[in-house]
Design a protein around this ligand. Structure first.
Ligand code: FAD
Ligand code: MG
Ligand code: MG
Ligand code: MG
Ligand code: MG
Length: 553
């Protein structure tokens, strides 16, 4: 029997219930998608079933390839090259997809209504607002910048989240150089203006600092002779190390490379206030507070919750969470026909310990009250599918099989595989397993995989409805039941400037240097949403190699 059903009471496991289609097929089921970022766009690219009518609502009528945003800040690639109009993406599809450029500001799940507002600033004579109904709602609105309520950040810092942010940063960098060239300034003024502070030692902050360093040293020094000595880049990180989500080898390499490059890496240093002229920090180890003048500050310290999501979470009893909780099928908990994915959501992974009795009795096929190794072996694959932490545990503890996990009996017992466990022993064998549970990272990789997964579920929903009582098999013939979402990690890059990139690939394979830079170029070229943006990006890179970066505003 299936081991999946027990944790999930609903008879249509993973399949949302909707009104029967028996009486006429004319009315299409309406899916509303909020957001055209990584998650939303991936959903739209993969939805195929023409029996849906899809309405997309997003304040931006394009998809932006965020991994190349840091390159836009210094003109290594042009903003135009990393965006693709959403209407272009959906135009060729057989599914009926409409787009509205607007922001949804309130979700009313009880009445299945969405309150939206056009971001058109022109006078629309009060016709800016509209209400949209849905049968299914797909929430993919992403996250916003997190300032941790640090005073002065919103007013004085640049963010690096949207395409406009990157363009603004680019203009400001050039502005600083032009201002510093004015004859009226003394050395102190020049130093202040050409001090660039980057707050946050995560991948985005690090990549921006590296990109800016290259821009200054490869291009701007030639155009602004004499200013090089006044330029300073400071990277501020509250933790002990930069890039702390990466392998130790990458962190060390990055810190050393930055030091050699003259980028001042200040770890253990938390920003507590930013005024229009100065940035104040507190040393984590001794509490010492100091201030330094700056010309431009870029704030990149992670993500926070959007107001619309906060409001919605309060409505559905999820207040005080950082992101919307869903089950492994990406259904929002406590809410029918609403799905959430990408940066605005987290999967509430089930604990093995919560379901331990159910697992035990399912596995104990002969109802003997004890489990044999053989009985357990028969269900382990299903358990790993439903509870990925079990597989991680086996792998991280370097256990080769479940006998290792159940090793309780004597050597001979193990050899004969004749161990039998009662429920208490079974519990204690699995007691450490849940400690392996981790939230998925807020990355484009996760968002895109979730979008594709959800579209796939939607494409097959019909099939499941026609035969809801179909074979309950979970593995093998996945036709009637959806598998829970499983993330497949394909690795992560950290561009460090000077044509060097650190790559951390699955299996802890680490590679740093020029060869990974080429891997980076080819992966990011291949991941483009369209041949058009792919061509543009490659052209930009080539242009940069030949002519350098463009330094006009
Ligand atoms: P987003 O892509 O942010 O999309 C959200 C969408 O919702 C947008 O279209 C937005 O306009 C829309 N929206 C917002 N509010 C509303 C509303 N109220 N109503 C309707 N629509 C709304 N990840 C990687 O894996 N690799 C990388 O190299 C990488 N580099 C990055 C570099 C930078 C500079 C940044 C900022 C992020 C980077 N990321 C990277 C992270 C990645 O971009 C995010 O994890 C990803 O965008 C999340 O996808 P999403 O669809 O959830 O949100
Ligand atoms: Mg999205
Ligand atoms: Mg995006
Ligand atoms: Mg998420
Ligand atoms: Mg038994």
């Amino acid at each position: 029997g299936s081991l999946v059903a027990y944790a999930d009471a609903s008879p249509t496991n993973g399949v949302p219930s909707i009104a029967s289609k028996a009486n006429g097929d004319e009315k299409k089921k309406k899916v509303v998608v909020l957001g055209t970022g990584w998650a939303g766009t991936s959903f739209l690219k993969n939805i195929k079933d023409p029996s849906y009518e899809v309405q997309v609502i997003s304040p931006r009528n394009y998809f932006a390839f965020t991994p190349l945003l840091p390159s836009v800040t210094c003109g290594t690639v042009e903003a135009r090259s990393i965006v693709e109009p959403i209407r272009n993406i959906v135009r060729k599809k057989r599914v009926d997809i409409r787009f509205n450029e607007a922001e949804c500001y309130k979700i009313d799940a009880e009445n299945r209504k969405l309150y939206c507002r056009s971001n058109e600033n022109n006078n629309l004579n009060g016709k800016k607002e509209f209400v949209v109904d849905y049968d299914y709602l797909v929430i993919a609105v992403g996250a916003q910048v997190n300032t941790f309520n640090t005073p002065g950040v919103v007013e004085n810092c640049h963010f690096l989240k949207e395409v406009e942010d990157a363009q603004r940063i680019r203009r400001t960098v050039i502005d600083c150089f032009e201002r510093a060239s004015l004859p009226t300034l003394d050395e102190e003024d020049r130093k202040k203006i050409l001090h660039f502070a980057v707050v946050g030692g995560g991948p985005t902050g690090v990549e921006f600092a590296a990109e800016l360093h290259d821009f200054v040293n490869e291009d701007l020094v030639k155009l602004y002779p004499g200013l090089q000595d006044f330029v300073k880049i400071t990277l501020l990180e509250a933790g002990d190390h930069i890039l702390n989500m990466f392998d130790k080898r990458i962190t060390t390499f990055a810190e050393e490379k930055f030091r050699r490059d003259g980028i001042d890496v200040k770890t253990g240093s938390m920003v507590i206030k930013v005024t229009d002229k100065e940035i104040s920090t507190k040393e984590m180890k001794n509490g010492e507070i100091s201030s330094m003048p700056y010309g431009m500050t870029v704030w990149s310290t992670g993500i926070g919750t959007r107001p619309i999501i906060k409001d919605f979470m309060t409505q559905i009893g999820q207040a005080n969470r950082r992101a919307l909780a869903t089950d492994e099928w990406l259904r929002v908990e406590g809410c029918d026909n609403v799905y959430a994915l990408g940066d605005c959501a987290t999967i509430n992974q089930r604990r093995v310990m919560e379901d331990i009795s159910a697992i035990f009795s399912k596995a104990d096929q002969d109802n003997s009250g004890t489990l044999t190794v053989k009985e357990f072996q028969e269900v382990i694959d299903d358990i790993c599918e439903r509870y990925p932490q079990v597989e991680l545990y086996l792998k991280n503890k370097q256990m080769h099989n479940i006998v290792d996990l159940l090793k309780k009996g004597s050597k001979e017992d193990v050899a004969k595989e004749s161990i039998e466990l009662d429920i208490e022993e079974f519990k204690s064998a699995l007691s450490q397993v849940d400690s392996q549970m981790k939230n998925l990272p807020a990355t484009a990789q996760v968002a895109a995989q979730q979008g594709a997964y959800l579209a796939h579920c939607f494409n097959r929903m019909d099939e499941c409805e026609k035969d809801p009582e179909g074979p309950l098999r979970f593995r093998g013939s996945g036709r009637h039941r959806f598998r829970p979402f499983r993330y497949k990690h394909l690795g992560q890059f950290a561009p460090l400037g000077g044509e060097q990139t650190a790559a951390q690939l699955p299996g802890d394979w680490v590679s740093i240097g020029h060869s990974s830079q080429w891997l980076w170029y080819s992966v990011y070229a291949s991941k483009q949403v369209s041949w058009r943006t792919r061509a543009l990006v490659i052209t930009d890179w080539t242009r940069r190699f030949v002519f350098g970066r463009d330094s006009s505003r």
